[in-house]
Design a protein around this ligand. Structure first.
Ligand code: GLU
Length: 443
């Protein structure tokens, strides 16, 4: 079957999974030409196989709240593709989590992980549990309960989860504790563990730092640099925080952060001291809007950052946070570079606007791969039973982001010299996974 027929079938079969279908559509815009001229790929039905998860586990999570009532949530793990390594990808705890969202994330993860050059397949999981407003004890009880079910399906050489939205170091530690208790094994079954008990240095910073390392390479490719650049960042969680930290370190000006309630606009640029306050505020699960009472700046209630004039946009919040109109605003207000810290933050209309206007646009599967890359380095440290230093790992992260950038250039450079990072990332990621599947034959 050619790619259009595969897509048409998916669109029909999964009409109720819009995020997943969107991720496949976006991928196929670049991969279809490669796929459709390759008889071997089609004879092996590679696309049908790549777009259908190997398996999906669904389970119920009972947990006791602080009032002694039993609460019930749903949990899933999508094991999408293990052609090049154990399933690997984060866990998301957010009320919006559904099979569709996890399939889109798992699908993207396959190619992102391939681009890192490390042996990791693609997977994703999570729950519709909402950590907002929960006490530490409730979070702990939920994490234990979640792992009591998930623990049956994962393993250091099988499937290695990590964090994502709503799941940070604290949650990973609780889940690891339950797995260790259930199996009596201390293995690299989760990444993002605490430093000193299996975790890797720089894992916390990796997605944000890696994003800015990638951006630096994009700027270099245009004989440009970070110095003095005005940067819009959305989100204020793990990715946004460490992206902001690296931008500040490199002499850029961070104009915004945001949360689900609105945007913080700091005209003179966020300082490191203010960023430390934001980190603590988020850890305490308190609102970003408290910032202005302490430090000044402007709170834009209910707004996203995309109407503010800047040079660079780093969407680091969540999927579909930039639509076509937002993208038009960004272009109109001078943005020349967009690098995605979140997964699929730009919708299809937005991507079209970027491409029509020659905006240098790096999709999440390339630009935010630093997080999972250091997860891969955590897995190898766990297997070796050794720890590497911060400097070594930072160097490795930088090298991996440079390699991904260069791979995107190799597969995405147009005749006029313009670099289509999206095409580069999609075609390169697909090629790596497809080659492995071809070598395996029909299994
Ligand atoms: N959730 C992150 C991502 O979207 C990291 C996954 C991992 O470290 O396994 O890539």
């Amino acid at each position: 079957m050619d790619s259009q027929s595969v897509l048409a079938t998916l669109q029909q079969r999964y009409a109720n999974e819009p995020e997943f279908v969107q991720a496949v559509e976006e991928f196929l815009l670049d991969v279809a030409p490669v796929y459709d001229e390759n008889a071997t790929y089609q004879a092996l039905s590679l696309l049908e196989r790549m777009t259908e998860p190997d398996r999906i586990f669904q389970f119920r999570i009972n947990w006791e709240d602080d009032q002694g009532n039993v609460q019930v949530n749903r949990g899933w793990r999508v094991q999408f593709n293990n052609a090049i390594g154990p399933y690997k990808g984060g866990l998301r705890f957010h009320p919006s989590v559904s099979v569709s969202v996890l399939k889109f994330l798992g699908f993207e993860q396959i190619f992102k992980n391939a681009l890192t050059g490390l042996p990791m397949g693609g997977g994703k999981g999570g729950s519709d549990f909402d950590p907002k407003g929960k006490s530490d004890a409730e979070i702990r009880r939920f994490c234990y309960a979640f792992m009591r079910e998930l623990g049956h399906h994962i393993g250091a050489d099988v499937d290695v989860p990590a964090g994502d939205i709503g799941v940070g170091g604290r949650e990973v530690n609780y889940m690891f504790a339950m797995y260790k208790n259930m199996t009596r094994e201390f293995t690299g079954v989760l990444t993002g563990k605490g430093v000193g008990h299996g975790g890797s240095l720089i894992r916390t910073e990796a997605t944000g730092f890696g994003l800015v390392y990638f951006l630096e390479r994009m700027l270099e490719a245009n004989n440009d640099s970070m110095q003095g650049k005005k940067v819009l960042i959305s989100g204020s969680g793990n990715v946004a925080q460490y992206a902001a930290e690296k931008v500040i370190e490199l002499g850029g000006v961070v104009l915004t952060l945001s949360d689900s309630k609105g945007t913080l606009h700091i005209k003179d640029g966020l300082t490191q001291e203010q960023l430390e306050w934001v980190k603590q505020q988020k850890l305490d699960r308190k609102p970003l809007s408290d910032f202005t009472a302490k430090f000044g700046g402007e709170w834009l209630d209910g707004q996203r950052p995309w109407h503010i004039a800047a040079d660079i946009a780093l969407p680091c919040a969540t999927q579909n946070e930039i639509n076509g109109d937002d993208a038009q605003n960004l272009v109109k207000n001078g943005v020349k570079y967009v690098a995605e810290g979140a997964n699929m933050p730009s919708d299809m209309d937005a991507i079209n606007v970027f491409q029509d206007n020659q905006v240098r646009y790096a999709p999440g599967k390339a630009a935010n791969a630093g997080g999972v890359a250091v997860s891969g380095l955590e897995m190898s440290q766990n297997s070796l039973r050794q720890y590497h230093t911060f400097e070594t790992l930072d160097q490795q992260l930088k090298q991996i982001m440079t390699n991904i950038h260069d791979t995107c250039v190799q597969y995405g450079k147009q005749d006029d010299g313009f670099i289509d990072y999206k095409k580069g990332a999609n075609v390169a990621g697909f090629t790596i996974v497809a080659n492995a599947m071809v070598n395996y034959g029909t299994l």
